[in-house]
Design a protein around this ligand. Structure first.
Ligand SMILES: [Fe+2]
Ligand SMILES: [Fe+2]
Length: 201
């Protein structure tokens, strides 16, 4: 992982990994980390020392939610929204322990972003916005689409509908929106192409 992670983040990743072996969270975390780095490059006012530890640790709390309930907590019409609050609270507790043990600076700012990363939709700070956009923007990446379509068995059209209605409107930064809208436009074009090949229309 040295090609992707900063050395100081590799230490946190090693600590986070045992908590991320549910619901593809390990892959989601690393790909979202890559997206966060790209957004940080576009938004020099945002601070990587806050955003990157937050993205690495934001979802560790899912480990404490019963596995059979994970997919009911998210998706297009979630029936167990309470579990989204619960995973945030667990993430904060686990992340605090990891960050303090490794003497990471700005623990309170990192934890404030982790707490509410899914259940608040406003931009609470630029760092918060970048972390949220990396997390939600991941859904439109090729990796996010592959993983999420696999969870729910969604067609490409159903997936485009979900990101267009549920996910993309929540993005907060201009680069995050551009990334998500660009990926989504490419999916719409792919769908139109597939229909054209089938029907000629
Ligand atoms: Fe989350
Ligand atoms: Fe996440």
């Amino acid at each position: 992982m040295t090609a992707l992670l900063r050395p100081q983040d590799a230490v946190l990743w090693a600590e986070a990994k045992p908590y991320l072996d549910v619901r593809n969270n390990d892959e989601h975390t690393l790909v979202a980390y890559g997206v966060a780095k790209a957004l940080l490059a576009q938004l020099p006012e945002a601070e990587e020392d806050v955003v990157l530890p937050a993205i690495l640790l934001h979802d560790v709390g899912w480990k404490r939610i019963p596995p059979d309930l994970l997919l009911a907590a998210i998706g297009k019409n979630p029936s167990r929204r309470d579990l989204v609050y619960e995973h945030e609270r667990h993430s904060v507790v686990i992340a605090r322990d990891i960050l303090v043990r490794h003497n990471v600076a700005r623990v309170d700012e990192i934890l404030a972003i982790i707490d509410g990363h899914d259940t608040t939709s406003e931009a609470r700070s630029l760092n918060d916005s970048v972390m949220k956009d990396a997390d939600k923007g991941w859904r439109t990446t090729p990796h996010g689409m592959r993983v999420i379509r696999g969870w729910y068995g969604w067609s490409l059209a159903e997936y485009i509908d979900m990101v267009s209605v549920v996910s993309n409107p929540r993005l907060l930064t201009a680069p995050g929106r551009a990334m998500a809208e660009g990926f989504t436009a490419s999916l719409r074009a792919e769908l139109a192409l597939a229909n054209y090949m089938e029907t000629g229309a």
